[in-house]
Design a protein around this ligand. Structure first.
Ligand code: ADP
Length: 592
């Protein structure tokens, strides 16, 4: 089968090309008109033979915008060969645009004149390799990335750990720092406080020092002033001493001139120091030692308890000492009336007191008094006799006036009778006082009903004076043992004073109550009252309040009353408000 080789027709040539696995196409002109494309190329393009004769742009419109069409044009114009490997191209295959990768070549085929007659286009689809490679590369990269990431993670973890450790350390350090700070702060505070306190103390000390300094300066000045004062005082003391000496001499002279005896008693040791004159007054000799008891023994029995009690109460710091008493001289047995006045002065130590005083012989005064009392007694007695017969005549006349029913006579004789009674009571007062003074007053005690006595005295007083209303409410019904006449005298005295010293028509109230084992009788009036300065002297003999001269009286009623009550071991006193009235009280013990 030998046959003569002949040149292949165009279609046979194309047929040949179809068998090459390499995709091949031939393009003409600047627009790359497809003259020939084998099946491999059409497969790549995803087209059929209808694209033959079309420009590349028309056949594959998806290439517009990609560099290939422009590359063909250049190759045609410049007679170049351009190639690429693994070059991506976006192609529409089966209606889907995908990226494929190619190894390709655009080769300008030239004629003898060097003119480009066509462009040979060959291409090998390497999409699979490229994709595989890319996948491999990607996997490799990912692995690398992973490794890197792991390494980084590990580094990060260790860095984190380190960081944590550092953080912990930091936290610890911070805590330490805080506690150190706190400690430091505390120490600083303590130190500051200490410093502050020291400063305060320092300041206080400074102040004190300054104050002490000032005080010292002031004390120094005071001391100097005191020294000066002391000098002056000393001089004055000297002068006073001299005066005192002069006065002592004067006093001694006066005492000697007045013939006073003097004494001094130590309140604790009871040492009795006396002057020679005192011893003489008690009937002792000058050289004899005389004790308090010796002196008291010379006081008459009647007065001794009274004098001893007075002396003791003054020595215990109670009351004044002004007593009058009779003594019988120890050797001469002479009766002397003495008046002793003394003064208790406590020693600076406060441990004892000195009781000093003078005693004088008042026997002559007493005798005068006695003579006066005798005279009063005698006169009163003498006056009583005519008064008694006057009283008798008035009573007879009263009887006959009543018989004759002569009202004028009756009233005149009534008045005369009242005046005689007043006079009788006055004379009785004088008689009583003279008896009292001469010690001739004796109590004549008997048991009697006090309420009945009060009623009868009130009745009698009402008879004498109808201008006042005397009330006697809630009388205590009690029998007492006393001198009825003298108690009647006291009540009658108080009633007549209440009448005398209060205006007419004023009430007078008599009351009797039990108080602490005594019966207390009071007479209240709403008259002129008595001022405080007079009250204490009211019960003295012959004492009368100065402005009362218009009201008759002798100042003996209260004196007598006080004496009578004292002898019954009772008490008498007055409470009064000037211009408002007075209440006179007296008490009588129930067991006497
Ligand atoms: P007389 O006789 O002066 O009344 P008394 O001894 O009875 O003497 O009274 C002494 C003085 O006391 C009186 O002078 C009078 O000043 C005063 N006196 C007594 N009782 C009262 C009284 N009830 N109200 C005011 N003064 C009184």
């Amino acid at each position: 089968m030998d046959h003569k080789p002949a040149l292949l027709s165009e279609s046979e040539l194309i047929e040949v090309f179809n068998y090459t696995k390499t995709a091949t196409a031939v393009h003409i002109g600047e627009e790359a008109i497809i003259q020939m494309a084998n099946d491999a190329m059409l497969q790549i393009w995803g087209k059929d033979r209808s694209v033959i004769g079309k420009s590349l742009g028309d056949a594959l419109p998806e290439l517009v915008g990609q560099p290939f069409i422009e590359m063909f044009a250049r190759v045609w114009r410049d007679g170049l060969t351009l190639s690429g490997s693994d070059t991506p191209a976006d192609l529409e295959v089966d209606g889907e645009v995908k990226t494929y990768y190619f190894n390709f070549e655009y080769r300008a085929i030239k004629n003898a004149e060097g003119q480009t007659i066509c462009v040979l286009h060959t291409a090998v689809d390497v999409t699979e390799q490229v994709v595989n490679r890319q996948a491999l590369e990607k996997a490799y990269l990912q692995e690398q990335l992973l490794i890197r990431e792991q390494a980084i993670n590990e580094e990060l973890a260790s860095a984190n750990e380190e960081l944590n450790a550092i953080n912990e350390e930091l936290a610890q350090s911070q805590e330490e720092l805080v506690s150190t700070n706190e400690q430091l702060e505390k120490r600083i505070q303590n130190r500051v406080r200490e410093l502050y306190q020291s400063e305060l103390k320092f300041r206080a000390l400074s102040d004190e020092l300054a104050a002490i300094n000032e005080e010292m300066t002031a004390s120094n000045e005071e001391l100097m002033a005191s020294n000066e004062e002391l000098l002056v005082a000393q001089e004055r003391l000297q002068i006073t001493f001299e005066h005192l000496e002069d006065r002592e001499i004067a006093l001694r002279l006066a005492i000697e001139a007045a013939n006073f005896g003097t004494w001094h008693i130590h309140s604790v040791t009871r040492k009795f120091i006396t002057s020679a004159r005192l011893k003489e007054l008690f009937g002792f000799y000058e050289y004899e030692d005389v004790t308090i008891e010796d002196a008291l023994a010379q006081v008459t029995d009647e007065y001794r308890p009274y004098v001893a009690e007075k002396l003791e109460s003054v020595l215990s710091g109670d009351g004044n000492y002004d007593v009058t008493y009779p003594v019988i001289g120890f050797h001469d047995q002479k009766l002397r009336w003495l008046r002793a006045m003394g003064n208790l002065k406590s020693d600076k130590s406060g441990e004892f007191s000195s009781f000093t005083g003078v005693v004088m012989d008042i026997s002559e005064l007493k005798k005068d008094d006695e003579r006066k009392n005798d005279f009063i007694g005698m006169v009163s007695h003498e006056l009583k006799t005519p008064l008694t017969s006057l009283n008798g005549y008035i009573q007879i006349l009263q009887l006959s006036a009543k018989k004759a029913d002569n009202p004028f006579m009756i009233s005149a004789l009534d008045k005369a009778n009242k005046q005689v009674r007043k006079m009788t009571s006055m004379i009785n007062g004088f008689l009583n006082i003279s008896r009292l003074e001469s010690g001739k007053i004796v109590l004549n005690k008997s048991a009697f009903r006090l309420d009945e006595l009060l009623e009868s005295v009130i009745e009698e007083a009402s008879l004498l004076d109808a201008s006042h209303h005397i009330s006697y409410a809630d009388p205590v019904q009690i029998e007492i043992y006393a001198d009825q006449d003298k108690i009647a005298n006291v009540i009658s005295n108080l009633l007549s004073n209440a009448v005398k010293y209060s205006p007419e028509n004023k009430d007078i109230q008599v009351r009797s109550v039990f108080v602490n084992g005594t019966v207390q009788i009071s007479v209240t009036d709403y008259g002129m009252g008595i001022q405080a300065s007079d009250i204490e002297k009211l019960f003295e003999r012959y004492y009368r309040v100065e402005n009362n001269n218009t009201i008759s009286g002798f100042g003996i009623g209260l004196y007598l009353s006080a004496e009578i009550i004292a002898r019954h071991n009772g008490k008498i006193w007055v409470e009064s408000q000037l211009n408002e009235g007075s209440t006179f009280y007296f008490t009588l013990p129930l067991n006497t």
